[in-house]
Write a protein of this length. Structure first.
Length: 184
């Protein structure tokens, strides 16, 4: 452990990573150190190293459920930062069903769905966030329905576009965007 820290401090990241990975057992205390190290690499832009650390941790059978879930969350964040949205989404969807308080996970899913322009999924997740957090997100939901309406307008499906615009207005009666779309 100390040797790997020395490698890390002397900017020999590959040696530090290899030494950390070769540690025989992972206790609760040094699992958290591994997680922090992975986060450090991710924040420095070395996502491949962060992914290796977090994958290595998840493969350890001696981890508690809470630590395993934390490692999965960090791995999903690594994938998100690396642009592997599909992998991050799979992990976050799994975690949203397993963790006691999935609010943070749901926010990451919402971010992924926005990046992928998966507006229906974004609506579902935002409704879950709103229900759990007692936070009014009707303006955001209205925006997502406007996005769906614009897609339908672009392919000349005016009946569905109007349906989505009406949904947008049901969430936010003062939505200028929805009113402009309705006028179009």
């Amino acid at each position: 452990y100390l040797q790997s820290m020395n490698y890390l401090l002397s900017e020999q990241h590959d040696k530090a990573l290899d030494t950390f990975m070769s540690m025989a057992s992972v206790s609760k205390d040094n699992a958290e150190t591994h997680i922090i190290l992975g986060n450090l690499f991710r924040n420095r832009g070395e996502v491949d190293r962060a992914i290796r650390i977090h994958q290595n941790l998840i493969a350890r059978p001696e981890l508690t459920l809470a630590i395993r879930q934390q490692c999965l969350t960090e791995l999903a964040k690594d994938y998100l930062k690396a642009g592997f949205l599909d992998r991050a989404e799979l992990i976050f969807v799994k975690l949203s069903k397993e963790v006691l308080n999935p609010l943070i996970v749901l926010h990451y899913l919402k971010e992924i769905y926005e990046l992928e322009k998966e507006w229906k999924k974004a609506i579902e997740v935002t409704l879950k966030i709103q229900a759990q957090n007692n936070e009014d997100l009707s303006g955001i939901i209205s925006h997502y329905f406007c996005e769906l309406a614009e897609i339908k307008i672009s392919i000349k499906d005016m009946a569905k576009a109007k349906k989505y615009i009406n949904k947008a207005l049901s969430y936010n009666k003062k939505s200028l965007r929805a009113l402009i779309l309705l006028g179009d």
